[in-house]
Write a protein that binds this ligand. Structure first.
Ligand SMILES: C[S@@+](CC[C@H](N)C(=O)[O-])C[C@H]1O[C@@H](n2cnc3c(N)ncnc32)[C@H](O)[C@@H]1O
Length: 252
């Protein structure tokens, strides 16, 4: 049993949403910390485990659409720890995969605050997995790249090199990529990837309302619209996305 220690910050991953995929350590810390800073991504079943009065939603301000800025979150983590509180910063999935956990860890270290990283089951592996898509497979892919779909690939300042990804030949898993699906699938085809490459979208993976849409680079945008896929979702691009077809009938 882990008990949260005074003056320490825990950067904790909550997994992809199924409360049974919360680690034992994460559960113990949620229940024992003085304060838990969170957003909505962990989902209601997990947030309900936080004892009354200890939860602080830093995703959206109450009665406002404005989000608490990263600078404010960093500062609050330091303040609480200096007050001698035990603090959990809870993130969906894993805190170091597109979770800004790295920035928070740097800030804590710079302010001489003790912290611990508690990894979580990350969605770019777990959501495809429960949908019958192994992100690597000896017949299809010996590498996998996690990439943000948030940026516009047609903008020169985009930090994602879609042409290099098209060349690399492994599995591509796009996070935060529901809206820009048309742009980056087109960018991959433009860069020479076969338009028939299998693609799957897995929305709310591991949650009761999980939804999956499948197709190819050419057809996935229509499949997304037909299935009404909404965030949070991951896009899996590559031969592994086709493995689901063999497994689907026996998937529970
Ligand atoms: C800000 S990132 C956080 C990722 C998280 N730290 C992780 O390790 O899974 C949010 C994105 O994660 C993905 N995501 C998180 N939970 C998911 C789930 N249950 N099913 C599918 N995608 C999910 C979506 O792409 C979503 O837009």
């Amino acid at each position: 049993m882990t008990t949260a220690e005074a003056g320490t910050v825990y950067l904790v991953g909550s997994g992809p949403g199924d409360p049974d995929l919360l680690t034992v350590k994460a559960r113990d810390l949620l229940e024992s910390a003085d304060v838990v800073l969170h957003d909505r991504l962990p989902g209601p079943e997990i947030l309900d485990r936080i004892p009354e009065g200890n939860a602080e939603d830093v995703g959206k301000r109450a009665h406002s659409d404005k989000r608490t800025s990263q600078a404010e979150i960093n500062e609050r983590l330091v303040e609480y720890a200096r007050e001698g509180k035990s603090v959990v910063r809870l993130k969906g999935g894993d805190p170091f995969v597109f979770g800004r956990g790295g920035e928070e860890a740097e800030y804590l270290a710079a302010h001489e605050i003790a912290f611990e990283v508690v990894p979580g089951v990350t969605s770019p592996v777990a959501a495809p997995g429960v949908a019958g898509i192994p992100v690597t497979h000896r017949d299809h892919a010996s590498s996998v790249t996690f990439v943000t779909g948030h940026e516009d690939p047609t903008k020169p300042e985009s930090s994602v090199d879609w042409a290099a990804l098209a060349d690399a030949g492994g599995t591509i898993v796009v996070l935060m990529g529901v809206t820009r699906l048309p742009e980056y699938t087109a960018a991959l085809v433009e860069a020479g990837m076969d338009p028939e490459t299998p693609v799957a979208l897995v929305s709310r993976g591991t949650r009761p309302n999980q939804a999956v849409a499948t197709g190819t680079l050419d057809t996935i945008v229509d499949a997304r619209d037909e299935a009404g896929i909404e965030p949070p979702a991951v896009t899996v691009i590559g031969g592994v996305a086709g493995v689901r077809d063999e497994l689907e009938a026996f998937l529970r």
